[in-house]
Design a protein around this ligand. Structure first.
Ligand SMILES: *[C@@H]1O[C@H](CO)[C@@H](O)[C@H](O)[C@H]1NC(C)=O
Length: 522
């Protein structure tokens, strides 16, 4: 009786743990979703807690470290060391180029007035990047032994030409596909090993615990350089076998922006405003004047492909003249390529900043969530305010190509930001992480009317939001034809004419570049 009730408790406890685990990974769909970049931490802890140190366990089994192997293992402790110059001859450096080393933290921090704050700032930016780019599918996970085999199911990663200890033990026989060495970083007594440094390694021992201890020291070395691939490892006993993969990858070097330590968001340090102008210098001037009212020192980058460019001058203005008529996306590309701040704000040249154009709100949501790009709202002279939110999906269509579906609407609201939602495409007034927008780029062939094309290229690369409470005004668009100036008429002729060529380019881009056979839209 006593015993069975205890089992019950154990069961209940176990299912409690299972439930907690389920809650981590499976949340019932609700209208509001938490996308803050720090919400990944509990999941990460759950994984790391499960794995622990690779060589824990079987503490009473003795072993002898193999120095030549152990010294190859990644230690997370690189040192900045130059070759010692052994001899000096004329031209010796040409014949035997020696390795020099440059101590960056010393060189940079020494001259900095506040080295501690830079270090802290860099650490914060890096943490934030890691939290935003965290993916549970990359995390090391081990299928714990319920068959005799215990092995990693995912997340084993080796840098090209480097050696790792294979985590998650219970491996008795291995084979490999691409060039690899198996070896051991330490030798355990009473275990015999065949095939050290080869493709197949067989371990045997009369003592199971010794075997398991030995398995904790099995290493894997990648010996042919071919990053962005993976190796499939088979491991087996006589009666059981299983497979897992080891990814061979370089680390991605981060691109962090040094915006300086700040208590409150410093828009000048964080944001560059980018625009493209064509014929409408009067509109551009109004835009710049309105920006200066609220953000007197923020940098404005202007791409200009007018036939007869006029000077646009003033403090914190960069005016880039392009060949005549290069077009809309070419201009966006050029402007965005020149941005050196963490964020870029895209505006059209006929927008007007008002007291409602609060860039701090856009910075805030980009800093606190995993969003890469956030759109605002554009108020027309009629008083109508547009956010232009769309969802985009692509459906497989076989050999003929795929189907693109664009719909009005959004995916879900964002917890903590009541005026914001997540969508796939937003209005042409948006703030984005500069590096992310540069990665997607704007197809320069789209010379006249284009907007959603960028978001189609961004699908799967950018996490996109839209906030209705950051509002820019649109200078009058609806003008009666008889009151149009010559410049307006020329602008419209250029932008909306040659629509046949325009349509042909669009069709080609969708059909060929994006491999669509069909597009449906609202
Ligand atoms: C904001 O950043 C700019 C540019 O980095 C800098 O010149 C200015 O002093 C900063 N303002 C404040 C209040 O820190």
């Amino acid at each position: 009786m006593h015993n069975s009730s205890r089992k019950c408790v154990q069961l209940a406890l176990l299912s409690g743990i299972l439930l907690v685990a389920l809650c981590y990974f499976w949340k019932p769909s609700s209208k509001e979703v938490d996308i803050s970049s720090s919400q990944v931490t509990p999941i990460k802890k759950f994984f790391t807690g499960k794995i622990g140190d690779a060589t824990n366990g079987y503490k009473d089994i003795s072993y002898h470290i193999k120095e030549e192997m152990a010294s190859h293992l990644a230690q997370n402790a690189c040192v900045c060391q130059a070759d010692e110059e052994t001899f000096h001859l004329p031209l010796s450096n040409l014949l035997f180029p020696h390795v020099w080393a440059h101590n960056l933290d010393q060189a940079f921090l020494e001259l900095h007035p506040d080295p501690e704050s830079v270090k802290q700032h860099r650490a914060d930016e890096y943490n934030n990047l890691q939290e935003r780019s965290y993916n549970p599918a990359d995390v090391l996970n081990v299928a714990e032994a319920n068959s005799p085999l215990q092995y990693p199911t995912q997340g084993v990663l080796v840098r090209p030409l480097k050696t790792i200890i294979i985590p998650g033990k219970g491996i008795f026989n291995m084979q490999k596909n691409i060039e690899t060495h198996f070896d051991v970083a330490a030798k355990v007594d009473m275990v015999s090993i065949q095939g050290v440094g080869e493709k197949n390694m067989v371990l045997s021992s009369p003592l199971l615990s010794a075997l398991n201890k030995q398995l904790q020291f099995v290493t894997y070395t990648n010996i042919v350089f071919h990053p962005k691939t993976a190796d499939t490892i088979q491991f087996a006993t006589k009666d059981h076998q299983s497979f897992f993969t080891i990814k061979i990858e370089h680390r991605n070097n981060p691109k962090l922006y040094n915006s300086g330590y700040q208590k409150e968001y410093n828009i000048t340090a964080l944001v560059t405003i980018a625009t493209k102008t064509f014929l409408r210098y009067d509109k551009l001037k109004d835009l710049i004047d309105s920006i200066r009212k609220y953000y007197p020192t923020v940098t404005i980058v202007i791409a200009d492909d007018n036939e007869h460019p006029q000077p646009v001058t003033g403090p914190h203005i960069e005016h880039y003249i392009m060949p005549f008529g290069k077009g809309w996306f070419a201009g966006r590309n050029l402007a965005v390529s020149q941005v050196i701040t963490k964020y870029v704000l895209w505006v059209d040249d006929d927008f007007i900043f008002t007291a409602n154009t609060k860039l701090e709100k856009m910075v805030d949501i980009l800093e606190k969530t995993t969003l890469d790009l956030v759109g605002g709202a554009v108020r027309e002279v009629t008083g109508y305010t547009a956010t232009y939110r769309h969802t985009i999906s692509v459906e497989d269509g076989g050999n003929e190509g795929d189907c693109l579906h664009i719909r009005l609407g959004y995916h879900h609201a964002i917890k903590g930001f009541p005026n914001c939602v997540v969508a796939d495409a937003v209005i042409n007034f948006f703030m984005a992480r500069t590096v992310k927008v540069q990665q997607v780029g704007f197809d320069p062939r789209l010379a006249r009317q284009a907007h959603l094309e960028f978001f189609i290229d961004a699908l799967g690369h950018l996490h996109i939001g839209s906030c209705s409470d950051v509002i820019v005004s649109h200078a009058s668009k609806i003008i009666l034809p008889w009151s149009k100036t010559d410049v307006q008429k020329a602008y419209e002729k250029f932008r909306y004419s040659s629509s046949a060529t325009n349509a042909k380019t669009h069709n080609e881009i969708f059909y060929f570049k994006n491999r669509f056979k069909c597009m449906t839209s609202q």
